[in-house]
Structure formats: C-alpha cells, structure tokens
Design a protein around this ligand. Sequence first.
Ligand SMILES: [Zn+2]
Length: 384
Amino acid sequence: MASHHNDLKASILDYLQDHSGVTKKKVAEFTDYSIPTVTKAVEKLLQQGLIRKRGLKDTSVGRKPSIYEFEGSNYFLIGIDLSIPKFNIALFDLSKRLVASKSSFLNMEKVQKDSCPDISSELIEGIKSLVNREKVPFSKLKAIGLGAPGIVREGSFKPFTRFDTDEMVPLQTPIQNEFEIPVFVKNDVDSELLSLLDEEDLLDIPDLVAVYLAVRSSGGYQSRVNIGGSIYHNGNILQGKNGSAGEFGHTSVDISSEDKFTPCKCGNNICLDKFVNSKIENYSESEKAVEEITQRLNQKIADLFFLFNPTLLVIDMEAFPEIKSNLIQRAKTFSSELAKELCIKEISIETVENSSMACARGSIITQLNEMLCEPQSYDKFFSD
Ligand SMILES: [Zn+2]
C-alpha cells in the first residue's frame, strides 16, 4: 500500500515539537482527520520510532487515553564545522542533542597544491569513522549539514583566505553521492547565527533583524584572524546574489598614510580583514597595533547599527579576549546613547562565550525544522 496521510504524520510531529504530549482525540480535533485514520498514523510513527507512548491521560471517567510524545533519539544528522585546517564533525539526534563529535585536520599540503582541492574525501572519511565509532547504522542518518568559510553557493564554497583555488570547491555533490542522503552547505557564520537564534527561540519572530560579527583566530601554526558576519531578516539568512552578503571583514576601513598593505583577494585593498592581519603580522600585538585594531572594530560595529538597525547584534571577539569586554561595553553605550539621541529603542547586544559547536549545530537547524515541521518533507526523510 502506498504511504498515506504523510501530511497528518508531519502535523503530529510538528505539533509535538511545541507540546509535551498529545492524545489521539486531540490530534483528530486539530487535524480534522477521523480517529481511525489518526490511529493508523500514530501506529506508523510509533513503529518508525519517531514518537513514543508517555503514559495515560488522567481523566475522571472512562478509559484513560494514551499520551504520545516526540521521540528524538532514533535518527541522526551530521553537522560539520569546516574551519580549515581544522574541521569538527558532530552527530546530533532529532532533539538537537549532541551525541558525539570528532575533530581532525585537513592535509593542507595537499589542499594547497591542487588547483581545485578535494576536501570532500577527507570529510567523508571523518563522517564514516565517527558514525562507525558510535555504532550508528547508516540507515539512521537522515541528513548532513556543513558550515564552510567564505562564499557558499549551490553546495560549493570558495574561501577568501586559507588556500588558493581557481574554482568553487564542491562539497554537496560528492558527499551526497557517497551517503545518498540530503546534504546542505551554508556559510559558517550564517550557521552560527542560526544556532544562536534557534537556541533563543527567535527564528520565527516576524521582522527580526539579527546581525553577527565574528572575529576569530584560526589557531595553530601561522594563526590568522578570520572576520566574518551574517545577516538574518524575516526568517531568512540574507545571502545576496552570490552568497557574499555579510562578509564584513572585507568592507573598508580608513588607513593612515604610512600604512602599506598588499592587496586582499577580495579586491578591496583596505579591508578590515587585511588591516587586522597586517597589523598583527608586522607589529605582533604591540600596544599601538591593538589600539588601531580596536578603533577599526569600534568603527565597524557602529556602521552595523546604521546599515541594518538590527534587533539583535551579536559580537564574537574570540580572537581578542583582551579587548573584548571593552568593545562590547562601548557598543552597549553607543546603543543606549543612540536610543536617547534619536528617541528609538535600544538595540540588544550579545556576545558568545563558547562557539565551538555552534557552526556544526547551526548547519543542520534548517533541515531539522523542515524535516519535522513541513508535510512535503516527510516523504523525503521518512518514506514508509
Ligand atoms: Zn578583503
């Protein structure tokens, strides 16, 4: 028999995301299906391990009906933070619980040698080894999400820094071909913003404008500072025509006449990314260099207020712990003074303490919400 009433099954899963339990009668009421049809759908979901029986509803008269709740621990998604050279692979269940993770390093010698490096093979190996280590059957793996740096478009990416490549590097197609499940690629900072908004339950707030500025150290040998950003508006990440919207690191800063920089690959010779990394390279972390960097970052943060007038501004200053609290404090003061001056509402400013799993987690959020809340997606992930 063909699969029936997938919209009903999806509605039940959707309902259970926001409610702690439901009886069949209640499902019949809000979906307008008959009790026998609901019973069949509930049995199928139980059999698939997507819901479980929690107990009996306490009623004063008659037979006590069963209460069902969402079961998130039987299927999994992989989220990957491709930060280059390091990458983190994380296994999440349908409740967004982190089950296990593993980090590795790409073979950079090989990556830098090829004109279009094969990065997906190393990721595929990493996924297999994590899934095998956790003894999860591959049939229980439902989707894979990736957060990659730089420009991300149609499942491929091209970083501004880290390695040279003439072409967009494919990630989605090779990984999808290997595992035969849906694979999605997003920008890494976009993924982090999605994770944060999801955790704070802000994803569905209409008209929400959230902006994320990430200033991070790549760590390891020949560490550099990577500056990225993300813009969220009205339920979506703003990608722009080519996927480069929100790359605040490649917007201009003012420089003094003594400053000489080699051009940045973005095409902007005086971008924030180039400025910060040249200062660190040439003057290490001398007081003057730190002061100049702080000044440019303050300037950039102030620009974001006027460019986006965000509801929420997230400032991640992991690369500069010594100036972090100063910058945040200054941004808060700026926000409240601006509010007074212009008679507008204050902008909320947040910072992130530990973002190590945020990218991996954020890379699967959209798929997970689609998987569990959209009727047309049910077949794609849980065909009968
Ligand atoms: Zn640049």
